[in-house]
Design a protein around this ligand. Structure first.
Ligand SMILES: Cc1ncc(COP(=O)(O)O)c(C=O)c1O
Length: 404
């Protein structure tokens, strides 16, 4: 008789041995992936219902994106911004057009793009709005997640993200999420911007009440305050439209983008805004060695190309209805709440049954990958290329976990 030796336990132990424990991953060690499916080091297949927190909106290794990356790897990868390369204008121009804005500033990670937006808003506040030096205020929402730099955690309301990382950066005012009146009341002559997620992903896929962004837009316009939409997780097709804020036909002054912009291949983030806003930056005031590198721009251009057709947005909206119907049928069968927008769902499991972590572990045992957030809430954000059959399969596995 032959004994089969599974590689997963030793791979997990090695990872635990050599890395800081700043994450608590599910015990799955992925080796390969294609589309909506990943394969682990032991050959087991899992349906990816997280998609890298929306970094893999187009699925694993989308042929158009992999093709663009391969072609670029054979020509040029990096110049730094000391020189211009031949992929730069095409990417920035394409993305600016997709956003309906004049200019784009490319960075790498989401947090860097948020930092960029904060710096631009402050500088705009001093130079254009006339806020007294050092007095700029930015309004943010309770329960936000914008990244993990020292400035960004300064205005987090999550103790895990914030505690023990002070002293904190001043200049942020926190208001309840989804309450436009509270937000408007917090505006002062020194307010330069409102920074908000159109849907709070990390918060549990929290969708603000209808009309919220229309009212926030009005308050910003009336008080000469910039509206910054952090669409890092919600944007680029995830919710059935190019941007989640499109659901209210609201146009922010700045879009902050990341995750899916890199096609699941390279980190690519960006801020898009008009010249009167982004134009405040002068050479030397902001930048990044890798921001806007040739490989990133080639992949980013291919991502913009996929989004231009509207095919993924339409698919997300259509399959999202199917996901919502499937999940809603489980309310009372182990679920106590479901929030869906496009292919993005926050699923509240009855806390009497299990935690979100336990649910994700049991889903993984059944070959479905998802991620918990706070308490008994899990998030589903499958690649937009997922098939209807696979979507139904994921919902069936969740039903089985709840029934067990
Ligand atoms: C809305 C939002 N903003 C910012 C970030 C930070 O992005 P990154 O992890 O690439 O720094 C995230 C990441 O989850 C996010 O969801």
């Amino acid at each position: 008789m032959t004994t089969v030796e599974f590689r997963t336990p030793s791979a997990l132990a090695e990872a635990e041995r050599w890395t800081a424990h700043n994450y608590h991953p599910l015990p799955v060690v992925v080796a390969e992936a294609e589309g909506a499916w990943v394969t682990d080091v032991d050959g087991r297949r899992f349906l990816d219902m997280l998609a890298g927190y929306s970094a893999l909106n187009f699925g694993h290794r989308h042929p158009a994106l992999i093709g663009a990356a391969h072609a670029q790897l054979d020509r040029l990868t990096l110049t730094s911004r000391a020189f211009v390369h031949d992929q730069f204008a095409a990417f920035c121009g394409g993305l600016a057009e997709l956003c309906g804005k004049d200019l784009v500033l490319p960075m790498n990670t989401g947090a860097e793009a948020v930092e960029t937006a904060i710096k631009v808003a402050r500088k705009w506040g001093y130079q254009v709005k006339g806020v007294p030096d050092g007095q700029a205020e930015i309004i943010v929402a309770d329960g936000n997640f914008h990244g993990r730099t020292t400035t960004i955690v300064s205005f987090s309301t999550d103790p895990e993200a914030r505690a023990d990382f002070g002293p904190y950066t001043p200049g942020f005012v926190i208001v309840p999420y989804g309450d436009a009146e509270a937000l408007a009341a917090a505006i002062t002559p020194n307010t330069v911007a409102v920074l908000v997620e159109p849907i709070q992903g990390e918060g549990g896929v929290l969708i603000p009440p209808a009309g919220y962004f229309t009212a926030v837009r009005e308050a910003c316009t009336a008080n000469n305050v910039l509206l910054i939409a952090d669409e890092i997780q919600s944007g680029l097709g995830r919710t059935g439209k190019t941007f989640a804020i499109d659901h209210e036909n609201v146009i922010p002054d700045m879009y902050v983008l990341g995750k899916a912009l890199g096609g699941g291949i390279v980190p690519v983030s960006a801020v898009a805004a008009n010249r009167d806003v982004l134009g405040v930056l002068k050479p030397g005031e902001h930048g990044s060695t890798f921001g806007g590198n040739a490989l990133a721009c080639a992949v980013g251009s291919a991502v913009v190309g996929l989004l231009r057709t509207g095919e993924f947005q339409e698919r997300s909206a259509r399959l999202g209805e199917r996901l919502e119907a499937g999940l809603s049928a489980l309310i009372g069968q182990g679920l106590v709440g479901v929030r869906c927008r496009g292919l993005w769902a926050g699923v509240d499991i009855d806390p009497a049954l299990m935690t979100g972590r336990e649910a994700c572990e049991r889903l993984a045992e059944r070959g479905v990958l998802a991620k918990d957030t706070h308490g008994s809430t899990i998030r589903l954000a499958p690649p937009l290329v997922i098939t209807e059959e696979d979507l139904d399969h994921a919902v069936a596995q969740l039903a089985a976990v709840l029934a067990a």
